[in-house]
Design a protein. Structure first.
Length: 187
């Protein structure tokens, strides 16, 4: 039994959402179009992703530095200032050399996948008497193999890998938005 309370006017909310089905389909189409553009030029998609990341890091660093001066007399000033400075410098590094930053990020992603895969495999081995252990082990093996493929192709794959991940994410978001919109229309 679901114990989550429904909004007071749930039927009205449902009708209102149903009336907006085309907006979901429209945003889904836009996202799929963006995914196609990203798939069409993965190096450009990777570069744009890194520029976006660098810009966000620079803004976050500047905001942290500004914030540190608002608490200048407090004991946390040094930590806020230094973390903001590190964020801003990192953002400038990413903006000045986005392809090297992509290579670094790809390497870190590969290492994280390998470690995560090994840990899931180990967890699966520890679950000897549980029926779902093969799913955990299968997930761990797939994650480990993905990390190894990323490492073996590094640094060349760093030119397109992050762009491909962006394109796949955009495609899945677009498909899910379209499907949600169509379900609203025909439900």
């Amino acid at each position: 039994m679901n114990s989550t309370p429904l909004p007071v006017d749930f039927p009205g909310l449902q009708l209102q959402m149903r009336s907006k089905w085309a907006w979901f389909v429209g945003i889904g189409a836009v996202l799929i179009t963006l995914a196609a553009v990203a798939f069409g030029n993965l190096v450009l998609a990777t570069t744009v992703t890194m520029f976006y990341l660098g810009a966000m890091m620079l803004v976050a660093g500047a905001a942290s530095i500004f914030h540190s001066f608002q608490i200048k007399g407090w004991t946390g000033f040094d930590a806020w200032f230094l973390s903001g400075l590190l964020y801003a410098v990192s953002g400038l590094f990413v903006l000045s050399n986005p392809l090297f930053a992509a290579a670094t990020l790809t390497l870190l992603l590969a290492i994280a996948l390998i470690v995560s895969g090994v840990m899931r495999l180990w967890s699966g081995f520890q679950m000897r008497f549980h029926a779902g252990r093969m799913w955990v082990m299968g997930s761990g093996l797939l994650t480990l193999l993905t990390g190894l493929v990323f490492i073996l192709g590094w640094p060349v794959n760093s030119l397109f890998l992050l762009g491909m991940l962006l394109a796949v994410d955009l495609a899945f978001q677009g498909i899910s938005a379209i499907m949600f919109g169509m379900l609203l229309k025909f439900d």
